[in-house]
Design a protein around this ligand. Sequence first.
Ligand SMILES: [Zn+2]
Length: 323
Amino acid sequence: MVSLALLPLLLASPSALVAAWDKPTLFPDPAGLSVLDTGFRQMIPAPGVRYLNTEGWKDRMPRACAEEGESIQESGMMRCPLWNMDVFTVHYADVPDDVAWLFCRCRDADYSQQTMIDEFGRLPIAIRQRVRYVMSFKGLKFAGTSNNDLMLQEISPTVMLHEAAHCFDDNGSKSGTANYESAIAKDTCWADGYAQHQGENNNRADPWAQVLILRLYQTLVGPLPNVKDKDLGCLWNQLKVVSQQTDELIRAGQSGKFDYSKKRGYGEIGLRTDYATGFPNVGATSDMASKMRKLEEAATQIKHSVAPKKRTVGDSVSRLWRA
Ligand SMILES: [Zn+2]
């Protein structure tokens, strides 16, 4: 039952919504923003690596990586049993010696350790430092963020930027502002099909992330390809807000003075053996045949006796799987 008092509002809103949200894309599918990957790679070199530490992580790992690795997939198998996960820290050459990022990489991931390191290193420092851990797994070309960790099955400059943008957004502190909301309302296009789809579903973090990618391209690479200036006007309001929110932070990050206060701290770190719930006897030093035997035993055990771990779908920012 709809009260009469509400009717004018209800009648007024659909047309207003259509006008505000039903609009075309600047970078249409199927390529979307991936047309920017070449420019990012050409103009932003991956920083060198000062020091790669693998030895120090043989027996230890973050709990978050262990939980992600041991999450049970639809196949009934773990995403990445811990004996198959490499943990390492990377000290990039463009930041002080004592600053490092922690990576967890499943050995069967589709992208190499070097690709992971290079593509993450390409991120501007201001964005990179808001990411806690970087994880990579084998899978169906998805990428997501959870608790400021990146979970990557696909790796490219724009995918890396999109996911890291959620960490840089600090739980919607930029995408969730009234300024950005009104910019969306004023603009006559979305950045791409993903921004459009998510935006139409009231998600603001994803359209914001895509506009940040466009703004970074403008400031770090050059004019956006395949887009005339007059066409760019359809996204002008969002670009302006994102520019006001982030240009200075990006510049400060590249200034050579590393802001330690903005570096995301680690969460719980523990012994691999303490976290290896499904594989109590499999340590990092066991031989491969023994590992495989135990993996099969454990997989059978999981299939028959352990209910699949529920993957929590949090709010739109905490876990966003990007198609
Ligand atoms: Zn996203």
